[in-house]
Design a protein around this ligand. Structure first.
Ligand SMILES: [Zn+2]
Length: 351
């Protein structure tokens, strides 16, 4: 049975993680919850495995392995709160669990400090990039989270599907308040993911055209997961989030893990594909957009978006939209992404 110390960790995984608490009663850091229906294993700080106990009875077989992460940026609080609440509901038997589920609260140290990161942006360190900054306080965490994902997905049953949703909130406003970023995979995006994004009422999807160093890029590339990063609105401190704004995404996540049917009538998101980027050449970079320009703001052909010495970024398509403009990155890094709409072609090519 689950001891009270374990119950406290499962009932408030966020508070337990912030407090550095871990299950104490047995060496395995494991037990049963949900009246015996779910097996849990605390694997590391902020890393919790939940599995249905009766997973081998054909119809109820956990066909999915689902990794859901939040707090890879420590100050992006709302999705962390949602995920912690979902753990509590599963542990109490209020939300049935129909898949293997790995819950990851990404940057626990930064969460404690109410900051995006301590030394380096954790979501730029995956896929081995952590080796470039071995002294960084985020480097060992990137390694641990890569290993946790690999261990989890390696244990997926042969016929099982692999999912990863990495939940974030954005720093700036967006023309589409909630949007998803799909990592580059070399192939067409999965219809199952688009059906789920529609179910979550995600308005827009950005498709990367190069490999990235994000957590979802790592799980797509190294673990074969159908993965995305979700931007669910603006950053606020713990306890000051209006969780109702996240209701659709929360409900769709709960349907995914409980095996409930998605809303088949939900509209598909609009799709945008990366066609270029503004690269910071030097500290002389000038971005000719407002400091608080919303993500997905469109610009017409011929607009000069950036100048940096001899370097200029000029809009070459009829319309390009800017995403994640950030002139304060280090020289050599990306100071903004440019996307064009590809909704028709992308939706027609889903696999
Ligand atoms: Zn983030």
């Amino acid at each position: 049975m689950t001891s009270s110390a374990d119950s406290a960790v499962l009932a408030d995984f966020l508070a337990a993680t912030l407090a550095g608490r871990r299950p104490v009663h047995d060496d395995a850091n494991a037990g049963a919850c949900a009246n015996g229906a779910v097996r849990w294993q605390w694997q590391d700080e902020g890393v919790l495995l939940l599995e249905p106990v009766h997973g081998d009875a054909d119809k109820d077989a956990p066909a999915r392995s689902v990794l859901i992460s939040a707090g890879v940026h420590g100050d992006e609080t709302a999705p962390i709160e949602l995920l912690s609440q979902m753990v509590a509901d599963i542990a109490a038997g209020r939300l049935p669990l129909a898949c293997r589920l790995l819950v990851v609260l990404g940057n626990a140290a930064a969460m404690r400090a109410a900051t995006r990161y301590e030394d380096d942006d954790l979501n730029r360190l995956f896929g081995g990039r952590h080796a470039r900054v071995p002294q960084s306080r985020e480097a060992p965490r990137a390694i641990a989270l890569e290993q946790a994902a690999q261990r989890f997905f390696e244990a997926t049953p042969a016929a099982g599907t692999r999912w990863h949703l990495d939940l974030h909130t954005a720093i700036r406003a967006s023309a589409f308040e909630q949007f998803a970023l799909l990592p580059y995979t070399g192939g067409a995006p999965a219809r199952a993911m688009f059906d789920w994004l529609a179910d979550a009422r995600i308005a827009a999807v950005l498709i990367h055209t190069e490999k990235g160093a994000t957590y979802s890029s790592f799980t797509a590339d190294a673990c074969g997961a159908t993965a995305c990063t979700l931007e669910l609105g603006k950053v606020r401190p713990f306890g000051q989030n209006d969780l109702a704004r996240f209701a659709h995404a929360d409900a769709a996540i709960r349907r995914l893990v409980s095996g409930a049917h998605a809303d088949a009538d939900a509209p598909m998101p609009r799709v945008f594909t990366v066609i270029g980027q503004i690269t910071k050449q030097s500290d002389a970079l000038q971005l000719h957009v407002a400091a608080d320009v919303a993500n997905f703001t469109p610009f017409a052909r011929g607009t000069v978006l950036a100048e940096d010495g001899a370097y200029r970024y000029v809009v070459a398509h009829d319309e390009e939209r800017i995403v994640f403009p950030n002139p304060s990155v280090k020289p050599g890094l990306r100071a903004g992404l440019l996307v064009v709409e590809t909704t028709g072609a992308t939706l027609a090519a889903l696999v």
